[in-house]
Design a binder for this molecule. Structure first.
Ligand SMILES: Nc1ncnc2c1ncn2[C@@H]1O[C@H](COP(=O)(O)OP(=O)(O)OP(=O)(O)O)[C@@H](O)[C@H]1O
Ligand SMILES: [Mg+2]
Length: 383
């Protein structure tokens, strides 16, 4: 079982007496690992109280780093272990929903009051959702016109111009079964969930600044890579690639005839950086194996940049790498050499106050926590 926990938990539980009052959690159940972040609001800033990550593979009988499908009971078991090991004292927060489990569309509706909208949206939604409406839970949000948006993170913008008498509604649908599973997990784990949020909105909140230029966010997960373009805080385009960190480990394991576990460990330890612990031949093989996946992913990134540029006649010049895969040693340098844009690696913990001695480790593990930090930040803001 693998934990990557902050020693911060001990630091803070003694410094703050482990008070759960006012502490808020962000919980991200990913395909390969679950992450938790506990923040507290203090004098207008977010203070990091504790954080932790646990690999889910071992709960489903597969290796650390592999994507795994678990029952709600197993997920709850993993979350309980994680919260105990990370000294999490809070019990209230936000939970992420995988992007792949959601449907997001933009509806164009007449400008009517809130009550009428409440009646009209579910009827209109039938045209967009290929499932009986009774089987899904709907949430919607009127997209404001001005750039001054109260919650600029939860929106996907329609490319069409809007008629003056019309308004755009962002519609999010989640299958009831999926939501029920998550509610089940929360209940079994003893959590009070204030809201569920589709992960890309959470990651956007914690990883992007307030700039208005379009940015391509690339979330390098275990089994998939999610890409989405965010402009003025609004998600404009999304793309899912069924290739991720797990493929890198598999190729590496095959190439050097190692077990998956060993390949996973070496990938995280040395990544694309030459190491004196291995022979020249091994170093070459490691790099080649890891690059065989990464080259494919990055060529898709370039393709998305190009197609967005052509469609909207705009140049997307900034790429933000996030997700656990963005912690691969040497990825930033390689991305800067290959991608046709500026490259930055996400540092979501920069939004929270933390002891200086943790700065380096938080920066190193940060990309994997973008979703969890974003969830906790939303919760703090709405308090
Ligand atoms: N230091 C590291 N170096 C290289 N790869 C890493 C490192 N840490 C984690 N990874 C890889 O990142 C991937 C997991 O990333 P992440 O935790 O963001 O995925 P997830 O949230 O579980 O999946 P998803 O977002 O697709 O649901 C794994 O393939 C893992 O091997
Ligand atoms: Mg993830």
């Amino acid at each position: 079982m693998s934990f990557s926990l902050g020693n911060i938990s001990k630091f803070f539980s003694s410094a703050l007496g482990g008070k759960a009052d006012g502490s808020i959690l962000g919980i991200d159940i990913g395909a390969s690992s679950a992450k938790v972040v506990q923040l507290r609001a203090s004098r207008g800033t977010a203070v990091l109280e504790t954080y932790g990550e646990i690999s889910l593979g071992p709960y489903g009988g597969v290796a650390i780093g592999k994507a795994v499908k678990l029952t709600p009971e197993k997920i709850s078991e993993a979350l309980s272990d994680l919260m105990r090991e990370a000294n999490v004292t809070g019990r209230t927060g936000g939970l992420s929903i995988p992007f792949s489990a959601s449907l997001v569309s933009v509806l164009e509706m007449p400008k009517v009051d809130k009550d009428s909208l409440k009646r009209m949206v579910p009827i209109e939604a039938r045209k967009y959702i290929p499932l009986p409406i009774s089987e899904v839970t709907l949430d919607w949000f009127a997209i404001p016109h001005e750039e001054q948006m109260e919650s600029a993170f939860d929106q996907i913008e329609a490319p069409k111009p809007v008629h003056a008498k019309m308004q755009e509604i962002l519609l999010v649908a989640i299958h009831n079964d999926i939501l029920r599973d998550y509610q089940n997990v929360a209940e079994t784990t003893g959590l009070t969930v204030n809201f569920y949020e589709i992960e890309i909105f959470s990651a956007t909140r914690s990883s992007l600044g307030h700039g208005s230029a379009p940015v391509l966010v690339v979330d390098l997960g275990a089994a998939t890579t999610k890409m989405y373009i965010v402009e003025r805080g609004v998600v404009r385009l999304t793309h899912l690639l069924t290739s991720g960190g797990q493929n890198m480990t598999e190729t590496l394991a095959r190439s050097l005839t190692w077990e998956f576990e060993k390949a996973e460990r070496v990938k995280r330890e040395i990544g694309l950086v030459v190491s004196s612990a291995y022979s020249t031949d091994e170093n070459d093989k490691i790099k080649t194996a890891l690059l065989s996946t990464l080259t494919r992913v990055f060529s898709e990134v370039d393709r998305v940049l190009l197609s967005y540029g052509q469609r909207y006649n705009k140049n997307v010049s900034h790429v933000l790498l996030t997700g656990g895969g963005a912690s691969l040693p040497g990825i930033s340098e390689y991305a800067k050499q290959t991608l046709h844009a500026d490259v930055e690696v996400a540092n979501p913990f920069s939004h929270a106050e933390a002891p200086a001695f943790l700065r380096d480790v938080l920066q190193q593990i940060g990309p994997g926590f973008s979703v969890a930090v974003g969830l906790a930040l939303r919760n703090l803001k709405s308090k």
